[in-house]
Design a protein around this ligand. Sequence first.
Ligand code: PRP
Ligand code: URA
Length: 207
Amino acid sequence: MHVQIDHPCVQHKLALIRDIETGHKRFRELATEITQFLCYEALKHIKTKEVDVQTPLAIAKCHKIDTDIVVVPILRAGVGMLEGILELVPTARVGFVGLYRDEETKQPVSYYERFPPQVDGGTCILIDPMLATGGSTAAAIDVLKKAGAGKIVVICIVTCEEGLSLVEEAHPDVPIYTASIDEKLDENKYIVPGLGDAGDRLFGTSH
Ligand code: PRP
Ligand code: URA
């Protein structure tokens, strides 16, 4: 299952983040802002419990989140989405999956994993701005499932049909939330029109 968030506020920010003229400071801010909108939607069905809250006037029946949330950025570009999620869910814990795409084969190469114990049985929000071929996301989900994740939700800023199909075939139980399903992948397996190399643009590596 995947959901594209068409809200005008998200689409406006997407137009700005795609722009080649957007520098790394603004790119980071926009990644945070877009991520918050996507996360808001992705957590719509999260488990809550009813609690009684004493207001100055009476007791109100309220709801609080009732599950351990572990945010897992895929290094490196996923880190650019972390702040946005933590602003929304400040008590979330953070794990990391280190993967990079081999330049020749375009296959993900794993180099790091570190999770809090709450990943076992908890709700994991896997974040990476780009879901291109889908190889990195599918590999990260494999790792999270092996670590015992109870529920996994993927949030990416931009994706394409090819990547979505690969992840959904491998992991039909994992919903994917995105701001855009772009046209295609190019010969280098970059998303077109996409937004370029997200890691380089976030961290100012290339300019
Ligand atoms: C990018 C991106 C994803 C991956 C997407 O990372 O952030 O992790 O590529 O491609 P895929 O869907 O085809 O696997 P990259 O390998 O460039 O590493 P970086 O974040 O360290 O720059
Ligand atoms: N990684 C990126 O940063 N951008 C793409 O379009 C594909 C992979």
